[in-house]
Design a protein around this ligand. Structure first.
Ligand SMILES: Nc1ncnc2c1ncn2[C@@H]1O[C@H](COP(=O)(O)OP(=O)(O)OP(=O)(O)O)[C@@H](O)[C@H]1O
Ligand SMILES: [Mg+2]
Length: 373
């Protein structure tokens, strides 16, 4: 093939600015020329190269110019890392997610057959249930770069700036064959307070809708919110796939404890008891308590007892885990733990005595005191 200076210059320019879309477009033109010159083999080889996914920009070591807020100069999106810890999900959420990933991987075929749905997934549920982590995992499974935009940080006090910021995101991400994660979606609804005029809320919602509608079918967007009821119904409808992220059920809690605590030495009965006793806590709480236990075991001179871990669980509330220390259990602790294991842990008297480190008679006495007290 004859060297076409103009084509090669634009190709190198696109490559140097990590512009995959540009590289693909120019590559396509070159392949076409090869085919015209009857180099069918060469054209095919080039086309197969062009079908490959680009590496994430971060992995390429290329720090690119992110769109920024005009006032604060803070970036409007950040590139997140692919997670290194697993996401543990219940069956129902797991099924929807695998389906979503399968659809995303086969979007070309589905579009060809005219049955594609917009690749929009909404994750909703209380804090600490793994929404952000899951979004990162989806990007990793799809081998796409992961861009995070927090809607609350896009909202600017300067008039008109918010809509501009939102448009900036929707223009930036699609060209990068990336996963766009819109976190804190409900921030938009919070504009409904009196500091903002009503017209502004409407304008911002419309900008989000326009942004979502401007995306082609192959762009993956994942939205997350703790307050789905605050979400504008029109935005809600733009996400065909929805997954409610609930507090973990007993099976998931068992996996969480198993993963985050001492994986090597925990006996199944201990994990079962922890799973029952931690009903009502979220994944982040369990992670925090378990990691605190491991820290104490590394820095203290001995591994925390099961009783100390259970006591931390007993005194934790969802969203505010109590981190354990290496303190000896006081009588008050022992009583509280006994009642807790009896009522919530469903443990037998002999097991309670064993864990708390008191006689069976004492367990009976504590329970009786609690009943009458
Ligand atoms: N189901 C889970 N599986 C594995 N780890 C979990 C799970 N849920 C929570 N975690 C742990 O808790 C951390 C916090 O979770 P994450 O930030 O993803 O929650 P979130 O739902 O996005 O919360 P928020 O609504 O506050 O943003 C995770 O990074 C992970 O370490
Ligand atoms: Mg989150």
């Amino acid at each position: 093939m004859q060297v076409d200076k103009a084509l090669i210059t634009t190709l190198i320019e696109a490559a140097m600015s990590a512009d995959y879309t540009g590289v693909r477009r120019i590559g396509g033109q070159i392949a076409k020329r090869l085919a015209e010159q009857n180099d069918i083999e060469g054209a095919k080889a080039l086309q197969s190269l062009l079908r490959k996914r680009g590496v994430p920009l971060q992995a390429s070591g290329y720090a690119e110019a992110l769109p920024r807020d005009a006032g604060s100069r803070l970036p409007l999106v950040e590139e997140g890392e692919w997670p290194t810890t697993p996401i543990l999900l219940g069956n129902e959420a797991g099924h929807t997610i695998s389906q979503f990933i399968e659809d995303a991987q086969n979007i070309r075929l589905l579009t060809e057959k005219g049955v594609s749905a917009r690749l929009g997934l909404l994750l909703y549920g209380p804090p600490g249930t793994g929404k952000s982590l899951l979004a990162g995992h989806i990007a990793a499974s799809l081998k796409r770069p992961f861009y995070i935009a927090r809607l609350d940080s896009l909202i600017s006090s300067r008039l008109g700036e918010t809509a501009k910021n939102i448009r900036g995101i929707f223009e930036f991400v699609p060209a990068r064959n990336a996963v766009l994660f819109l976190d804190e979606m409900d921030a938009v609804a919070k504009l409904r307070d009196d500091r903002h005029e009503l017209g502004e809320l409407k304008r911002v919602v419309n900008t989000v809708l326009q942004g979502l509608d401007s995306l082609t079918d192959d762009v993956v967007t994942i939205g997350a919110t703790n307050h789905p009821h605050l979400l504008d119904p029109a935005i809600w409808r733009r996400f065909p796939y929805k997954v409610e992220m609930t507090l973990p059920d007993e099976d998931v809690r068992r996996s969480l404890w198993h993963h985050f605590l001492f994986q090597d030495s925990d006996t199944p009965e201990e994990i079962d008891l922890l799973a029952r006793a931690s009903n009502g806590l979220n994944g982040a709480d369990i992670e925090n308590i378990a990691l605190a236990a491991r820290r104490r075991s590394i820095l203290g001179n001995q591994k925390p007892s099961l009783a100390q871990i259970l006591l931390a669980v007993q005194s934790s509330r969802v969203g505010s885990p109590r981190l354990l220390d290496n303190r000896e259990l006081s009588t008050t602790d022992k009583k509280a733990l006994t009642v807790f294991l009896h009522e919530k842990g469903g443990a037998r008297v002999a097991d309670i005595a064993n864990i708390v480190g008191v006689s069976r008679q004492m367990v009976h006495r504590y329970l009786k005191e609690a009943e009458h007290g």
